[in-house]
Design a protein around this ligand. Structure first.
Ligand SMILES: Cc1cc2nc3c(=O)[nH]c(=O)nc-3n(C[C@H](O)[C@H](O)[C@H](O)COP(=O)(O)OP(=O)(O)OC[C@H]3O[C@@H](n4cnc5c(N)ncnc54)[C@H](O)[C@@H]3O)c2cc1C
Length: 197
């Protein structure tokens, strides 16, 4: 009896090797187990990507976005992968923000914090609690989900009537768009685009 053939997904090594050259060897993964792990999120869907980039800086994000746009490769940001709709899986490059997980600035008097997108909600609130502060939106996935994913989903929870959803608790965003390193979008612009939507 012949043993069954192991069928591995077809993939190109060009994308990961280009990304390694641009961003760094230890930040890009394309081994079989990592691709398999990133092929799923908390949804029912499955899609195997070509490469995972574990970004550590704004420059890494800009370089990844630039490469994906130039080559026309689908790019999917990923935080904790707890969304239920398949929005953190994709066929091209997965841009994982988990290593960007710090509070960069905390203004106790005015009650705001500048945070990176990979910080877990529960971790953020544990740190804020020392100063009697809280980030109010409380999805039930709060022990795992991260601020970047919550933002994209406009997460809410049982205390939304009191504190609002994520959109009501964001003063400014630093965003990366193709062609520039990063731009600030502040509350007034956020309100204008929400009104126009
Ligand atoms: C058990 C469970 C309970 C839940 N309970 C609730 C609930 O009570 N209320 C609620 O609102 N939701 C709930 N959710 C779903 C909720 O939407 C997610 O848990 C959370 O918002 C996603 O966060 P994440 O870090 O896992 O993001 P991911 O799943 O990794 O990503 C979600 C989306 O955000 C995008 N994204 C991630 N990071 C960035 C970034 N830096 N920039 C741009 N886009 C980015 C991704 O591309 C994707 O489209 C629940 C989910 C589970 C599994």
């Amino acid at each position: 009896m012949t043993s069954p053939t192991l069928i591995l997904p077809e993939r190109s090594h060009v994308i990961p090797s280009d990304l390694r050259a641009a961003i760094g060897v230890d930040k890009v993964k394309d081994d079989y187990s990592t691709l398999t792990a990133y092929a799923v999120d908390a949804s029912i869907y499955r899609m195997t990507p070509q490469a995972i980039v574990l970004v550590e800086s704004e420059e890494d994000i800009a370089a990844t976005v630039r490469y994906a746009v130039q080559r026309g490769i689908p790019l999917t940001p990923r935080a904790a992968g707890t969304n239920l709709t398949g929005s953190a899986i994709g066929s091209g490059i997965i841009l994982d923000v988990s290593r960007l997980n710090r509070i960069l600035e905390l203004n106790r008097e005015e009650g705001w914090a500048r945070v990176q997108p990979g910080i877990v909600l529960a971790e953020l609130n544990k740190k804020l609690a020392r100063d009697g502060l809280l980030f109010g939106p409380d999805p039930s996935s709060g022990d795992m989900c991260k601020l970047g994913g919550m933002l994209a989903n406009n997460s809410s929870g049982p205390h939304t009537l009191r504190y609002g959803a994520v959109k009501d608790n964001v003063a400014a965003l630093r965003v990366c768009v193709a062609g520039c390193q990063g731009i600030w979008v502040r509350r007034s612009e956020l309100c204008r685009s929400a009104e126009g939507a």
